[in-house]
Design a protein around this ligand. Structure first.
Ligand code: SF4
Ligand code: SF4
Length: 437
């Protein structure tokens, strides 16, 4: 058995995964109306290529790629376009979406499956991954094909598949590893083939022994990781799994590494071997605010309210609704938002799960500094932000913060550190733009 590895810093919030980790994935039918956002990926939203009244088929393109960091968007159903409008989104205030009346979900593959991918030219495989609209399904939603297209001169020698799922409550990746292990391994092997990497590995925290055992039995190389937040953040995962440090401001590819989520691997296998674009995902619905937490396979564009219903509906005491995990997720002000490719979970949190105390003054205890996995000074950046000293925030490295929430979690004064730091990031970016103008 391999050694259990980890990174420096971080914290140990209660996992609360027992609420849903035993619940097998339930496939939900498409709702009567799907609201498919055109900005489910990081980068430029796709450009709509349909109009109200158009008939669309499952997997057809409804939004075309609109730049290098962008992706096409596909219809998850056969149906008719009702309208194109701005809707509230889980990861931003609002964004454009194509609203489609569902007629059916019939239909198999959209593209010709590439069964012999091992003997297929690499550009064709990358092109398939791009046309299928695949982005990182761990939550970051970065277009996958871009990570597979390193600039000239950059050599990738390591592929790490991220099966960590370190956010409390979330169990969608855990279930996916158990229920779609073969597709996951196929997707990993396709990605390794594309990158020219001979020995990819899957990083998994040791709180998922069944997934580790299954994947090892099927021949995958698993790196066992300590249960420690944020073990699944790219830089921390690379440090823990292969002992390489990604410098501030640099990317994993600068140290020869590509990281892809386990859900992304399954999406790649679906696109290449089954000819299906990225139109569904597995997501967790959990928290003490729902009656029956579980894991669901849903098409993108499904309203969060449908997922909540599938999880037995709300209990009376729901204090907060979150898209994603409790550490890095975003509070949702309505359950009318649609599921996107990046929706790793929906949490309905009861009062006792939510820290709701007033913010106190910084007592200079240094705890936030001890835990920051990027060795930043969260209290210094936050104070600079509070007093609108943007240059000080910049000098303290505000832009390097990945908003993991570890500092806020440990702060005994309940300081809204991430909130202050995110504000500083916006202001520092504006400052830099003004300087360069
Ligand atoms: S943990 Fe909170 S109280 Fe302690 S130094 Fe950091 S910001 Fe201040
Ligand atoms: S400063 Fe940023 S990276 Fe460091 S612990 Fe806080 S949120 Fe995480």
């Amino acid at each position: 058995m391999s050694k259990v590895k980890s990174f420096a810093g971080g914290t140990h919030p209660p996992g609360n995964k027992g609420l849903s980790c035993g619940a097998a994935v339930v496939r939900l039918p498409a709702p009567e109306v799907v609201t498919v956002p055109l900005c489910q990926h990081l980068g430029a939203p796709s450009k709509p290529v349909v109009k109200p009244g158009d008939e669309v088929t499952k997997g057809s393109v409804i939004g075309e790629q609109n730049g290098f960091i962008s992706l096409p968007t596909h219809s998850p159903v056969n149906g008719k376009v009702l309208r194109i409008e701005n809707v509230p989104m889980p990861h931003m205030r609002s964004g454009p979406a194509v609203v489609i009346k569902t007629e059916s979900e019939d239909g198999e593959n959209v593209y010709e499956p590439i069964a012999d991918w091992k003997n297929t030219e690499i550009p064709l495989l990358v092109s398939r991954i791009k046309e299928a609209g695949i982005c990182g399904m761990g939550g970051a939603s970065f277009p996958t094909y871009v990570k597979l297209s390193p600039p000239p001169g950059v050599k990738i020698d390591t592929l790490i598949i991220n099966g960590v799922e370190c956010e409390p409550y979330l169990t969608a990746d855990h279930r996916l590893m158990l229920e779609k292990a073969d597709d996951l391994i196929t997707g990993m092997n396709i990605l390794a083939h594309v990158l020219g990497v001979s020995d990819p590995c899957i990083g998994i925290e040791v709180n998922k022994p069944d997934a580790i055992e299954l994947l090892e039995k099927k021949g995958a190389r698993v790196v066992r990781l300590k249960v420690q937040y944020p073990q699944g953040a790219e830089k921390q995962l690379i440090d823990a799994a292969v002992g390489r440090q990604v410098p501030a401001g640099a990317l994993p590819l600068n140290v020869g590494v590509v990281v892809q989520n386990v859900g992304t691997c399954v999406a790649v296998a679906d696109a290449v071997c089954k000819g299906m674009p990225s139109i569904r995902r597995i997501t967790t619905v959990s928290g003490l605010g729902v009656n029956k937490p579980g894991n669901f396979d849903v098409c993108v564009g499904t309203p969060v309210s449908t997922l909540i219903e599938a999880a037995g509906g709300y209990k009376e005491d729901v204090k907060r609704l979150i898209g994603g995990g409790p550490m890095m997720g975003m509070a949702l002000f309505t359950d009318g938002v649609p599921v996107t490719k990046g929706t790793s979970g929906i949490l309905a949190m009861a009062s006792k799960e939510v820290r709701d105390t007033a913010e106190g003054p910084c007592i200079k205890c240094g705890k936030c500094v001890d835990v920051c996995p990027l060795n930043l000074l969260p209290c210094t950046i936050a104070t600079a932000s509070e007093y609108e000293k943007w240059e000080d925030a910049e000098k303290a490295g505000a832009l390097n913060c990945m908003a993991c929430g570890t500092c806020s979690y440990v702060c005994p004064s309940g300081r809204y550190l991430v909130h202050y730091i995110k504000r500083a990031q916006n202001e520092v970016r504006a400052l830099i733009r003004a300087r360069e103008a």
